[in-house]
Design a protein around this ligand. Structure first.
Ligand code: ATP
Ligand code: MG
Ligand code: MG
Length: 350
């Protein structure tokens, strides 16, 4: 059978690996860190740095197609891999989503609503941006941010200077604060020949910038649900995308606002493991392997809860719960804010 290469060895790579193996594929994980969650369940593991050309070359030659579980793959590494083996999703999705400014330009270029935004490098830029956008606002690093890291809320003009100093010279973007009632996300998929299928939108609750729970069905009207799915489809088609993507949305009285996109399987799609015949991980592997998309329709109501840091203490209790499916990532050290696992709770009717 074919071998699927996965860049990144975290929990997303681990669950992609399991899904691939269930479909009869072998997996080969490229991850600089040693004892990583994906290496426990993959067939092969390249433990090497992204600037190790020799290792990248051997990795690319050992696999039939390459996918990834994170969007910050160094450009030079990607160039090399791409010259030897197909990479799915393709380059354009990475280029667009690696930089919040490029991402916002792309999304607004498609006619989708985003928060008002402006690029910020200097204190003068920041002052001009605040003038244009108003307060409150959020200053975010353009690159490498996740789980709310690299972000600062600016409530009043006096907070601005310190917020930019905290970015330590990194390029930033100022976003107007979106007054949303709640957050939802769409996990969409597109096959190699352009079929699109979206999972039912989920409602997301964040705590301290980190996803806490996802609930399906989300609180959305039929019109909003349709809108959310159409927006995801538009994005997937515009990128000629192959694979699964997460699209984060804010729900406001004026309509849906796109927050960000992730060119990969997404934490807010973990509920699909217990809510659908074909979950987001299998859907991604299917697309990447050139298979038709599977049936991702939802047959259960589910609440997904992330197990973060000390939440691991709850595991023995959860293990005794009815209707609870545990997914643990096999990470050795518990650290505050670290995603250790998640639990999917099926909500029975009546
Ligand atoms: P992720 O782990 O999802 O990649 P991230 O670090 O890329 O997170 P964002 O998704 O941009 O960060 O922001 C994290 C959370 O902060 C959002 O889910 C939302 O709750 C809040 N937030 C971000 N941008 C805005 C905004 N412009 N207006 C209001 N709230 C915002
Ligand atoms: Mg993000
Ligand atoms: Mg986000």
């Amino acid at each position: 059978g074919a071998t699927i290469g996965i860049l990144g060895g975290g929990q997303l790579g681990r669950m992609l690996s399991v899904a691939a193996s269930r479909l009869g594929f072998k997996t080969c994980v490229f991850e600089p860190g040693g004892d990583c969650p994906a290496s426990h369940v993959s067939n092969f593991h390249f433990k090497a740095a992204y600037d190790d050309e020799e290792a990248l070359r051997r990795f690319a030659k050992a696999v039939d197609v390459v996918t990834y579980e994170f969007e910050n793959i160094p450009t030079a590494a990607l160039d090399l891999i791409e010259s030897l083996v197909p990479v799915r999703p393709g380059r354009e999705a990475l280029r667009v989503s690696q930089d919040r400014l490029t991402e916002k330009d792309f999304l607004s270029g498609l006619g989708l609503t985003t928060a008002p935004y402006a690029a910020v490098t200097t204190q003068e830029d920041l002052e001009a941006a605040i003038e244009k956008i108003g307060l409150p606002a959020i200053l975010k690093t353009r690159r490498f941010g996740y789980d709310g890291k690299g972000q600062a809320r600016i409530m009043q003009a006096g907070d601005a200077a310190a917020a930019l100093e905290d970015m330590a010279g990194q390029e930033a973007i100022l976003e107007g604060f979106v007054d949303f009632s709640h957050e939802v996300s769409v996990i969409g998929a597109r096959s190699a020949w352009g079929d699109v299928a979206c999972f039912d939108p989920g409602g997301n609750v964040h705590e301290g910038g980190i996803l806490r729970t996802t609930t399906v069905p989300a609180r959305l009207s039929t019109a909003q649900r349709t809108d959310a799915v159409l927006m995801a489809g538009k994005i997937l088609n515009a990128l000629d995308y192959v694979g699964v993507m997460g699209v984060e949305l804010f729900v406001t009285p004026q309509g849906l606002v796109v927050n960000e996109i992730a060119p990969r399987v997404h934490n807010s799609g973990h509920w699909t493991q217990q809510g659908c015949t074909v979950d987001q991980f299998e859907q991604h592997i299917r697309a990447v392997a050139g298979w038709p998309l599977g049936d991702g329709s939802r047959y259960a109501d589910v609440v997904m809860e992330n197990l973060i840091g000390e939440d691991m203490e709850k595991v023995p209790g959860i293990a005794e719960e009815r209707d609870a499916s545990l997914h643990l990532y096999g990470k050795a050290d518990v650290k505050p804010g670290r995603k250790m696992g998640h639990v999917n709770r099926i909500i029975r009717q009546g």
